[in-house]
Ligand binder design. Sequence first.
Ligand code: BTN
Length: 243
Amino acid sequence: MHIIKLNAIDSTNSFLRQLSTEESVDDFTVVVTDHQTKGRGQMGTEWDSQNATNLMFSVFKEVSNLSIGSHFYLSMAVSLAVFEALKSFQITNLKIKWPNDILSEQQKLCGILIENVIKQNQLQSSIIGIGINVNQIVFKNLPNATSMKLVSGIDFVKEEVLEQVLKQMKHYFSLLESKSYGILKQAYETELFRMNRPSTFKDQYNTLFTGYIKGVSDSGHLKVLVEDDIIKLFELKEVQLLY
Ligand code: BTN
């Protein structure tokens, strides 16, 4: 495994993507930084993280044996890897909020941004960006954010957290490579935030509705049981689960 450490960079995801267009990048190359000037989040948002206190890294994963229709299994594998790593540090009440936020005590502790490189309709590689709030204790204008330190009172060594996450990623990637999709989905749904519980959602027109999360489809859509016993499937941009 190759680990590239950078003092500062716009975004570890952008750096790895650019690098992979310029040269061949080894499978499982990791880029980690203390400071991102243009950290990116899901759906075009920004990922703002206090310098040096948190973990920000990206992993280059070769995924040519994964079909496009199964790409969400990579997302499940990554979420489970972070989940298990955090559990090994005794972080309490962990859940995975669809599609791949990691919550502790119902607040967001980690965000994941996966960017797939597709060529000729075939998945080639994925750049997996992970931001874990480790020792930050004040989050301005982010009412739903938390950190490992805030929930435990303990200061953590970022390098040890990174080591655990990478170790768990290796394990979950081996399940992905052996196409153990049933095991991955079952583990993911077991840890899914608000699974089988009445929940409030906002659709893309800002209309609120209630329903029960029933799991995810193979392609990563959220399955929600709504009125009249109908199961609806939602894409990320179509629905927001309220905390
Ligand atoms: C989200 O929850 O919106 C996803 C956040 C992902 C943030 C990480 S930090 C390291 C990597 N580089 C980026 O620019 N983003 C990801």
